[in-house]
Design a protein around this ligand. Structure first.
Ligand code: URA
Length: 229
């Protein structure tokens, strides 16, 4: 019995959902992360390894143009380079975990931030503040958030980017794990947004944690879970 869904979302949701190939390497990294006994170093190492795969997949979705260079031996290489200007935007706090791997792939990238938290009483996402460049609308945006669960925060962040003038199809939403209901909600509201993920989990439990999942991502990554030292 697989522990995560093998569902190909293409039929259901179109070609905007990009699930990483479920290779042995990827599954071994997920196994390391999901183990409740994994220490912070193992958890961070495994998650950052998967983040690099997600970022490479996202970068590959950008439009490219021909670019020819001369090699050190005087030959020509007819290559490619990405055309658009690119920006990262992380959703504080868990999304900040993707900033290091994104900077490793694109050293000069600018990274904005959105601080949204769920109001404990209304259960609705509340926008506290943003740090976004003024020319955001002229960029393709990689939106960084490892967990796509109910989708409430994600939808608020996507709407904010669109209100800032970013065309929907210039947004690539990068998630480590997702659930079918979160994907459906994003695709229903924003059908042109790309989603890049490494896993589609079975479901959410009554506390809105993914099953089988990996617990609270931010706490485990940043070491703020109960008992962490
Ligand atoms: N956020 C998390 O950190 N984990 C989940 O399982 C769901 C949302």
């Amino acid at each position: 019995m697989p522990t995560t869904t093998a569902l190909s979302t293409d039929d259901q949701l179109g070609t905007r959902v990009h699930l990483l190939p479920q290779t042995s390497r990827l599954r071994a990294l997920h196994t390391a992360m999901r183990d409740r006994t994994a220490g912070r170093d193992v958890f961070r190492h495994a998650s950052e390894s998967v983040f690099r795969m997600l970022i490479d997949t996202a970068l590959d979705l950008l439009p490219h143009e021909s670019h020819t260079v001369t090699t050190p031996v005087g030959a020509t290489y007819d290559g490619l380079r990405p055309t658009p200007r690119l920006l990262g935007v992380s959703i504080v706090r868990a999304g900040e975990s993707l900033e290091g791997p994104l900077r490793a792939a694109c050293p000069d990238i600018r990274i904005g931030k959105i601080l949204i938290q769920r109001d404990k009483q209304t259960k609705q996402p509340h926008l506290y503040r943003t740090w976004l460049p003024a020319d955001i609308a002229d960029n393709h945006v990689l939106l960084l958030e490892p967990m796509l669960a109910t989708g409430g925060t994600a939808l608020a962040a996507l709407q904010l980017l669109i209100d800032q003038g970013v065309p929907e199809d210039n947004i690539i939403f990068i998630n480590l794990t997702t659930v079918p209901e979160g994907i459906s909600e994003v695709c229903r509201r924003y059908p042109k947004v790309h989603i890049v993920t490494s896993s589609i989990e079975q479901r959410l439990n009554e506390d809105a944690y993914m099953i089988p999942g990996m617990g609270d991502f931010g706490d485990r990554f940043f070491g703020t879970d109960a008992g962490a030292q």
